[in-house]
Design a protein around this ligand. Structure first.
Ligand code: KIV
Length: 282
C-alpha cells in the first residue's frame, strides 16, 4: 500500500515552483474514490460533470447543490488522502456573493470538500475575492466553461484567435489576483495554456489544454471507457471497461438462465442429518 498524504495549498505552489506536475481525476462515488486513493493521484475533482456521467443529463446545468453534497461525501470518505475539490453548480454562486459563500461553506462543512471550484473569468473575480477572504480555497475554471454552454454555442475550443486568447490570459491574471489557488484551463490552445502557466504563480490544471500546464485533470469515466455517449478529442482512454462490464453482466445473465449459477461453490450447505430432522419434526 502506497503511503499518501493530502497535499496542502502551499505545497501545491512549491510543486509548481519546482516544476513538479499534479494529477487530478474526477470521482463521484465511494468505489471510484477508493480506487484513486490507491494510486499516486493527488487531487480529486467532484465535478458537476456528474450531471452527465452519473445522472444522465445532457449538460451540467441541471445539477443542484444537493446533488453535489450527495456525491462529494462518499468521495471524501473513500479518498482521505486526496485533496478534494467540489464544483459549485450553476446558479449556486451566480446570484449573489452571499449565496456563493453559503454554498461554498456547505460543500466544505456538510460534504467535506477541501476547496470549491467555480467557472468564469474576470466577471467572477470579485466572488472569488470574497470567498477567499471568508477562508474558502477557490479553484477557478476558464476557457470552455460548460455551465455557459448555450452562450458558447457548444463544447468548442476557446481562445483560437488573438483577441479571445488575450481575454483568457487576462481572466487568468484577474483570478490569480483575486486569490484563486489554482485554475482549470479547459479546451484552450496549448500555446495559450503554456503562456498562462508561465505568467502565473498558482498552478494551472489542464483538460484539453496541452502539455504546458502544471497538472492535468481527466474525467474518470472518459479515461476508463465507462461513458459511451461522448468521448472528447482530448480525453485519452486508458482502459475500455464498458465492454468488459457488459460481457460480465451477460455471462451472469446466461448462467442464471441456464442454471449454472449459483453452483455449489457459491451456495451454503447443511448436513443431511439436519435436513432430515426438519421432516421428522414436522
Ligand atoms: O465538472 C468537471 O468534471 C470539470 C472538469 C471537466 C474540469 O469541471
Amino acid at each position: 500500500m502506497m503511503s499518501k498524504k493530502k497535499l496542502t495549498i502551499p505545497q501545491m505552489k512549491a510543486m509548481k515552483k519546482a516544476g513538479k506536475r499534479f494529477v487530478m481525476s474526477t470521482a463521484y462515488d465511494y468505489p471510484s474514490a477508493l480506487l484513486i486513493e490507491k494510486t499516486d493521484i493527488e487531487m480529486i475533482l467532484v465535478g458537476d460533470s456528474l450531471g452527465m456521467t452519473m445522472l444522465g443529463y445532457d449538460s451540467t446545468v441541471p445539477v443542484t447543490m444537493e446533488d453535489m453534497v450527495h456525491h462529494i461525501k462518499p468521495v471524501v470518505k473513500g479518498a482521505p488522502n486526496c485533496f478534494v475539490v467540489g464544483d459549485l453548480p450553476f446558479g449556486s454562486y451566480n446570484i449573489s456573493v452571499e449565496d456563493a459563500v453559503r454554498n461554498s461553506v456547505k460543500l466544505m462543512k456538510d460534504a467535506g470538500a477541501d476547496a470549491v471550484k467555480l467557472e468564469g473569468g474576470e466577471t467572477v473575480a470579485e466572488t472569488v475575492r470574497v470567498l477567499v477572504r471568508a477562508g474558502i480555497p477557490v479553484m477557478a475554471h476558464i476557457g470552455l466553461t460548460p455551465q455557459m454552454i448555450s452562450q458558447l454555442g457548444g463544447f468548442k475550443v476557446q481562445g483560437r484567435d488573438a483577441m479571445s486568447a488575450r481575454k483568457i490570459v487576462e481572466d487568468a491574471q484577474a483570478l490569480e489576483e483575486a486569490g484563486a489557488f489554482g485554475i482549470v484551463l479547459e479546451c484552450v490552445p496549448a500555446p495559450i495554456a503554456k503562456m498562462i502557466t508561465e505568467k502565473l504563480t498558482i498552478p494551472t490544471i489542464g483538460i484539453g489544454a496541452g502539455a504546458g500546464c502544471d497538472g492535468q485533470v481527466l474525467v474518470f469515466h472518459d479515461m476508463l471507457g465507462l461513458f459511451e455517449k461522448f468521448l472528447p478529442k482530448f480525453a485519452k482512454q486508458y482502459a475500455n471497461l464498458g465492454p468488459t462490464i457488459v460481457e460480465a453482466l451477460s455471462s451472469y445473465s446466461e448462467e442464471v438462465r441456464t442454471g449454472c449459477f449459483p453452483d455449489e461453490e457459491h451456495s451454503f450447505s447443511m448436513s443431511l442429518e439436519e435436513v432430515e430432522k426438519i421432516f421428522k419434526n414436522s
